[in-house]
Design a protein around this ligand. Structure first.
Ligand SMILES: [Zn+2]
Length: 306
């Protein structure tokens, strides 16, 4: 029997596959890469493996999904065995293509196009994957709760939350309606819609500004509750249904205009004090440096005169 001194690409591939079965992703990646360097071809499943292992810790990056799709497009294989799991190449390719678009859309700053894009993508998750489990969460987190359908519900919720964020500055009532729709999708997806309900409460709360008397709707958006000292004498006489302070506690309602005017002025004053303090510190530093230099030269003169 011939004894091989050097491992060829196939031996390395087998070795890496064994490592994957034991969950040793880092070591497996190095050896898959070596097998590519030895005899990597255009039809290279090892390249898919490397891209897939790299995706493990980069599941929020669109480019990591793209690398898996690119590697898959260069192989004729219909299935790959990743550790103990056999994966359909076409299903993995579909999932990575959709996930890449999801990550890109989530970081889109234009809220209207983000929301539209997410709804289109949600429908594609539903039609292309449906009730089938997503492969990547199963592979790396053993998470069998994510399917094309749960992703549809999740993306629809995010889409309506994005619409709400977009419109809340001009129409809090509409924003609350969008949050209500998002809450419905979250509930269908088995997620508690607490954050949506809290936003609906805030968007529906109306107050009268303690300072200027304007009426505003949308807590945290168009007005704030700010800590203050409200004496009994000041608190007397409010019988309007629109309150200028919340029940109990030492807080008052301030509209955004008054709030930002006060906080910007306060920032200016703090900045002036800060700049003065820093300038004084610099002057002290220069003075001390000069004294240190004088002392150093005196020490050298004493040393030389010895
Ligand atoms: Zn005001």
């Amino acid at each position: 029997m011939a004894f091989k001194f050097f491992k060829d690409g196939d031996d390395l591939y087998d070795e890496a596959t064994e490592l994957l079965k034991r969950g040793e992703y880092g070591k497996a990646r190095d050896i898959f890469q070596k097998s590519i360097d030895k005899d990597g071809g255009t039809d290279d499943v090892a390249a898919v493996m490397v891209a897939l292992i790299d995706l493990k810790d980069r599941q929020t990056e669109g480019s990591a999904y793209k690398r898996v799709s690119d590697a898959l497009s260069k192989t004729d294989a219909t299935e790959i065995v990743f550790g103990l799991t056999t994966i359909s190449c076409s299903e993995l390719s579909t999932e990575c293509g959709l996930m890449k678009r999801k990550m890109e859309l989530l970081s889109t700053s234009d809220k209207k196009s983000k929301s539209d894009g997410l709804q289109k993508l949600a429908v594609e998750f539903q039609s292309a994957i449906g009730d089938r489990n997503l492969i990547v969460p199963m592979l790396f987190r053993n998470d069998s709760t994510m399917t094309g359908t749960t992703e549809f519900l999740n993306l629809m919720a995010i889409s309506y939350e994005t619409l709400s964020e977009d419109i809340v500055w001009t129409d809090t009532q509409k924003a609350a309606e969008y949050e209500q729709i998002a809450a419905g999708y979250r509930q269908q997806n088995g997620q508690p819609p607490d954050a949506n309900m809290e936003r609906i409460r805030c968007f529906s709360t109306t107050c009268r500004c303690w300072m200027c008397g304007r009426v505003a709707t949308g807590e945290g958006i168009h007005f704030f509750s700010a800590p203050s000292e409200v004496t009994t004498s000041l608190d007397n006489g409010e019988d309007s249904p629109v309150k200028s302070r919340p029940e109990g506690g030492a807080h008052i309602y301030i509209c955004r205009a008054c709030y930002t005017a006060v906080s910007k002025r306060s920032d200016e004053i703090s900045r002036r004090y800060y700049n003065e303090a820093i300038a004084e510190l610099r002057r002290a530093e220069v003075r001390l440096q000069a004294e240190i230099a004088a002392l150093q030269s005196q020490i050298s003169m004493i040393r030389m005169s010895r």
